[in-house]
Design a protein around this ligand. Structure first.
Ligand code: KIV
Length: 278
């Protein structure tokens, strides 16, 4: 049985912190699900850490659905959230509804996430009315990176801080079951967390949120183009992979791989017969 949005809300009420991670493929999803992660985001960060794009903006619905299906197949317990890509929920509510429904119906996700506060509240309300759980995302919203002028901490001026609180309240009012706070000063995210009844999930938003989300490739030290300030590397997989591949190359070149352990035998008499043939 998968975690439900009701159970996440109960976790907030009990003061139980919520760990969340991104995943993009079957094998990783299976490992983190079995490790006990309750909430998995198939993030559009996929574009940068898996597909090699410069930002999340080029990511398409088809790419997101492809990876969402893989993650869902790898999980039994975690609630899987599909991240709605750039311009798939902006042009009209019906377009947003159609795309969100694809995440649930074709992707197998249990919820969707979209970026924005008050400006997307009507859309969130409609999706929720149609039975689609929605996670909000405010603060640094990477799909608006050109408008924000870079990956900067948000909510530092009094006006921006008030706007962010209003955004969080508007999302809660619209029915969002949880809100991601990205790159937000710790005191502001703590205050927002206290003001809203739904769990806040922080990334670069300090310890005062109800939960934390990290990009799995940052956490595992797999994506090394850059390491964001908010990321902590719990492993250095890129180094481990590079070491393993270097060893493999050397062993193939010197002929020490494969050994009999990785090889198959056959009946000696068949071989003898073959050797008789011209
Ligand atoms: O796409 C993503 O991975 C995200 C998280 C950083 C919250 O939106």
């Amino acid at each position: 049985m998968r975690i439900t949005i009701g159970e996440l809300k109960e976790m907030k009420q009990k003061g139980e912190r919520i760990p969340m991670l991104t995943a993009y493929d079957y094998a990783t999803a299976k490992i983190i699900d079995e490790a006990g992660i309750p909430l998995i985001l198939v993030g559009d960060s996929l574009g940068m850490v898996v597909l090699g794009y410069e930002s999340t903006i080029p990511v398409t619905m088809e790419e997101m659905l492809h990876h969402t299906r893989a993650v869902v197949r790898g999980t039994k317990r975690a609630l899987v959230v599909g991240d709605m890509p750039f311009m798939t929920y902006h042009t009209s509510t019906s377009e947003a509804l159609r795309n969100a429904a694809r995440f649930i119906q074709e992707g197998g996700a249990q919820a969707v996430k979209l970026e924005g506060g008050e400006r997307v509240a009507e859309t969130v309300k409609r999706l929720v009315e149609c039975g689609i759980p929605v996670m909000g995302h405010i603060g640094l919203t990477p799909q608006s990176i050109h408008q924000l002028g870079g990956f900067r901490v948000q909510g530092k001026t009094p006006e921006a801080a008030v706007r962010m609180l209003q955004d969080a309240l508007a999302l809660e009012e619209a029915g969002a079951f949880s809100i991601v706070l990205e790159s937000v000063p710790s005191p502001l995210s703590k205050l927002i967390t206290e003001k809203v009844g739904v769990p806040t999930i922080g990334i670069g938003a300090g310890p005062g949120c109800d939960g934390q989300v990290q990009v799995i490739s940052d956490l595992l030290g797999l994506f090394t183009d850059f390491v964001p300030k908010h990321a902590k590397q719990y492993a250095k997989l890129a180094e481990i992979m590079s070491g393993a591949v270097t060893e493999y190359i050397a062993e193939v070149k010197e002929g020490s791989f494969p050994t009999s352990k990785q090889s198959h035998t056959m009946d000696e008499s068949i071989l003898a017969e073959l050797e008789q043939l011209k």
